[in-house]
Design a protein around this ligand. Structure first.
Ligand SMILES: C[S@@+](CC[C@H](N)C(=O)[O-])C[C@H]1O[C@@H](n2cnc3c(N)ncnc32)[C@H](O)[C@@H]1O
Length: 340
């Protein structure tokens, strides 16, 4: 990791051992094999973000129904100055976990370049396509910014953080990425983040709040069908990268809300009995008519869930920022570590 990476791409790709897994299968192939062999079938949404998926997600962010991006951008516009004041340092690493296209982060970077003497931006994302777009766009928009991206898993990013150079970190975990974890996974993840960070480091986490169920359903079932195309992009990617023969027209997107777990759940449902062959996995998979394939959870929070999560993971809540509708919150947490 350097301030000014020599690599012409402006980012480095981490290749941990598990990406080069047994039998030469990549992590994606292994996950597809495991997920389609389970009952109920599942494919993780983390694989949606290839070039097409990243482009579709950027379109989702502009949809009328998709309030989270607008709400969080409003929060950042109104409160970034305060957030940076609370960091109160001259040298700051802004680490963006699951940065995506990084458009909302522009608001933070622009303010930081004006407010903080020495700023370094470290976007981390599993999607190389997203990272390419982000590095190109952000580099052109902020030529003075020190930028060094990492293509890898959140945990690779955490590993990098824990070997940091002692600079103060402001970790951004925006866009309700935390919502893809269930409550136990979220606790484990945040505790690992706490361990990777130093006393005084801060984390800004975007939580989507529980709200009118109609708003939730509309946000994940937009009229133009962009979310449907985004979800089904998983099948397209299996076809393209693993030699699958999913017939996209024979499946539908379905998103619903579970009031008990508090999660929006996304599925792809088979419209008929069919067999799918995936060449690179040397496997076939049977789908019954109306059989679901689970793709994503997006957990929604109450304020007391957020308080509880911070308390259980060693963080102190510094401030809670809301949009005007009260639909979304960015929660600023600080790492508290007892001195030895
Ligand atoms: C919902 S988008 C949010 C992007 C951005 N933070 C925002 O607020 O608009 C999620 C991003 O996280 C990345 N991502 C998902 N799972 C990941 C993982 N396990 N490790 C690293 N990045 C991940 C995806 O590639 C995608 O770019």
């Amino acid at each position: 990791m350097t301030d000014n990476p020599k690599s012409p791409t402006g980012y480095r790709v981490l290749k941990p051992a598990d990406l080069e897994a047994a039998h030469g299968l990549r992590a994606f192939a292994l996950d597809v094999l495991n997920g389609l062999s389970e009952t109920p079938k599942r494919l993780s949404s983390r694989w949606i973000y290839d070039e097409d998926g990243s482009r579709l997600f950027s379109r989702i962010c502009e949809l009328d129904e998709y309030y989270p991006t607008r709400s969080e951008a409003e929060i950042l516009r109104n409160h970034t100055e305060d957030i940076l004041n609370r960091a109160g340092v001259d040298a700051l690493d802004i680490v963006d976990l699951g940065a995506g296209d990084g458009r909302k982060t522009d608001i933070v970077l622009e303010a930081a370049l004006g407010q903080v003497k020495d700023v370094r931006y470290v976007p981390i994302d599993i999607s190389e396509a997203s990272m390419q777009g982000l590095v190109k766009r952000t580099g052109a928009k902020f030529p003075r910014l020190k930028l060094g991206g990492i293509v890898g898993e959140y945990f690779d990013g955490l590993h990098w953080l824990s070997h940091g150079n002692g600079r103060r970190n402001l970790v951004l975990f925006l866009g309700s990425n935390i919502g893809n974890f269930n409550k136990v996974q979220a606790r484990v993840f945040l505790r690992q983040l706490w361990e990777a960070l130093n006393d005084g480091d801060q984390v800004l986490i975007g939580f989507d709040l529980k709200k009118d169920i109609e708003l939730l359903l509309a946000a994940y079932n937009d009229k133009q069908g962009v979310t449907a195309a985004f979800n089904k992009n998983l099948l397209k990617r299996v076809n393209r990268e693993l030699g699958g023969d999913f017939d996209l027209g024979a499946y539908r997107h379905f998103a619903t809300y579970d009031v008990f777990s508090g999660a929006m759940e996304s599925y792809i449902v088979s419209l008929k009995r069919q067999t799918v062959t995936i060449r690179d996995l040397q496997s076939t998979f049977e789908f019954e008519e109306w059989e679901p394939l689970h793709t994503e959870y997006s957990y929604k929070y109450l304020q007391r869930d957020i308080d509880d999560l911070a308390a259980k993971t060693g963080f102190r809540i510094v401030e809670q920022y809301y949009d005007n509708n009260g639909w979304f919150t960015d929660s600023l947490w600080q790492v508290e570590k007892p001195s030895l």
